[in-house]
Ligand binder design. Structure first.
Ligand SMILES: [Zn+2]
Length: 394
C-alpha cells in the first residue's frame, strides 16, 4: 500500500470522488500530474498532459495525505491499566506521565528508536503523510535531546514528513524543586540546548491546573520565540485556565485540546491566526468534555483535527481515519469539515499551509486513495477505512 513513488513525472487518475479537500466537480475521469514530487496539474483526464507513467485508482475516494498535528511517540511502557482505572471512576491526576518518564528514561536508544519508527509506520500505513512528534517523556536536558534526536533518526527510515516539537514542559519531574523552578530550567537550560542542536521546530507547553501555570507557560514560550522556535500549547483541556487567550497573545501557531473552552475563548481564537487543534480521541477516552468544534467553525476559527496519540490518554497509532470519524460523529462537524480539519487544518497548525494536506498546484504530492467511495465512510465506519495506496513525498 505504501510503495515507492511511481517514476516521476506520473499521472494519477480515477473516476471516483476527489477531495482537494474541497470536492473536484469537473468532468470524469479526473487526473493529477505529479512532477518533481509536486502537484503540477489537476483536471479532466481528457485534457491531461501526455505522460508515460499512469496509475489508475478507479472508483476510490482520493484525498490529500492526512496531517496529524499532535502526537507524542517518544515513550516506552504501558498505562492501559491506568486508563481502565480512570474509566472505573478513579480521578485522573496526571501523575501517570511520570510513570512513562521512568520507563522511557530506562529504555536504550535502540528500543526507543524502534518504537518511534513503528509508530511512524503505523501512521503512514493509515494515510497520514505528515506527523508532528513531541518529546516530553524525558524531562531533563539530556533526555529531551535524546528523544528529539531519536525522533529525527526514526523519521529518516520512514517516508513520512515529521515535524519535531520540544515538550520539556509536559510535566514537572519528581526531582524538581517546584513547577516554577523546573519551568526556569526548561526556559534557561533546555531550550537553548534544543535550539543549538536544531532538534525541534516548535516548543509546546502543557498549560493547565497541576501542570504549568499561565506565567510559566509565557516564560517558556517567550524564551522559545527568542530562540527561533514556533509556539504551540496544550490549552484549556482540564480546566478553563485562559490558555487559549494566552496562545493568541503569544501568537502561537496552535492551541490544542480546548475541551473546556467557552464562548469568550471561541471568540478569541476566531479573531486570531492561532489554529484550534481538536483531539477527539483523548476527549472521548477521558470523558472530560468535548471541545466546541461547531462553535469554533461557525465563528470562523481555523480548526484542525489530530490524534494526540500518547502514553496515557489515547493510544491509537494510525488513528487519523477514526479521528475524522469522531470529528463528524461526536464533535458535530460535517464529514467534509472533518476531512479538511485533518488535512489543510493540520497543515496550518504546523505552518505548512499550501505545501501539505492539499492537492493544490505546487503542493507536495502526498495523496491517498482509500478503500471507500465517499468521505462519509470515515463516519459511517467510525474510522475503519484504510488506504489502498499512499503516495508520500516524506
Ligand atoms: Zn498532547
Amino acid at each position: 500500500m505504501v510503495g515507492p513513488m511511481p517514476r516521476d513525472p506520473f499521472l494519477l487518475t480515477g473516476r471516483g470522488r476527489l477531495l482537494r479537500p474541497e470536492p473536484y466537480d469537473g468532468p470524469l475521469p479526473w487526473a493529477i500530474l505529479v512532477r518533481g514530487g509536486r502537484i503540477a496539474w489537476l483536471g479532466p483526464w481528457s485534457e491531461a498532459p501526455d505522460v508515460e507513467s499512469v496509475t489508475d485508482v478507479a472508483e476510490a475516494l482520493v484525498t490529500p495525505g492526512l496531517v496529524n498535528a499532535h502526537t507524542h511517540p517518544a515513550f516506552l511502557g504501558d498505562r492501559s491499566d491506568e486508563a481502565a482505572a480512570r474509566l472505573a471512576g478513579t480521578p485522573y491526576d496526571g501523575g501517570g506521565i511520570l510513570r512513562t518518564v521512568a520507563a522511557t528514561r530506562a529504555a536504550s536508544d535502540e528500543e526507543l528508536r524502534a518504537v518511534i519508527e513503528e509508530r511512524l509506520r503505523a501512521e503512514l500505513a493509515a494515510g497520514t503523510t505528515t506527523v508532528e512528534c513531541k518529546s516530553g517523556y524525558g524531562l531533563s536536558t539530556a533526555e529531551e535531546l535524546r528523544a528529539l534526536r531519536l525522533i529525527g533518526e526514526a523519521a529518516e527510515a520512514v517516508p513520512i514528513r515529521v515535524v519535531r516539537t520540544f515538550l520539556g514542559a509536559h510535566a514537572v519531574p519528581s526531582e524538581a524543586v517546584s513547577m516554577d523552578d523546573y519551568a526556569a530550567v526548561v526556559a534557561d537550560e533546555m531550550l537553548p540546548a534544543v535550539a543549538a542542536a536544531g532538534a525541534a521546530e516548535f516548543c509546546d507547553v502543557f498549560c493547565d491546573r497541576g501542570f504549568f501555570s499561565l506565567d510559566a507557560t509565557e516564560r517558556i514560550l517567550t524564551a522559545a520565540a527568542a530562540r527561533g522556535l514556533g509556539s504551540r500549547m496544550h490549552a484549556d483541556q482540564l480546566t478553563r485556565s485562559g490558555g487559549a487567550e494566552l496562545a493568541v497573545r503569544l501568537d502561537a501557531l496552535s492551541a490544542d485540546h480546548l475541551e473546556q473552552l467557552d464562548a469568550a475563548g471561541v471568540a478569541a481564537l476566531a479573531g486570531s491566526s492561532t489554529v484550534a487543534t481538536l483531539l477527539p480521541g483523548p476527549a472521548v477516552v477521558m470523558r472530560g468534555g468535548l471541545p466546541p468544534a461547531r462553535a469554533l467553525l461557525d465563528a470562523g476559527a481555523t480548526v484542525a483535527l489530530a490524534s494526540d496519540a500518547n502514553a496515557g490518554t489515547f493510544g491509537g497509532w494510525g488513528a487519523m481515519p477514526l479521528v475524522i470519524g469522531l470529528g463528524a460523529a461526536v464533535l458535530g462537524m460535517s464529514v467534509q469539515e472533518a476531512v479538511a480539519a485533518a488535512t489543510t487544518g493540520g497543515a496550518s497548525a504546523l505552518g505548512l499551509a499550501g505545501r501539505k494536506g492539499t492537492l493544490e498546484i505546487g503542493a507536495d504530492a502526498d495523496i491517498v486513495a482509500w478503500d471507500a467511495e465517499h468521505e462519509g465512510a470515515f463516519a459511517l465506519r467510525l474510522g475503519a477505512v484504510s488506504p489502498i495506496q499512499v503516495f508520500a513525498l516524506g
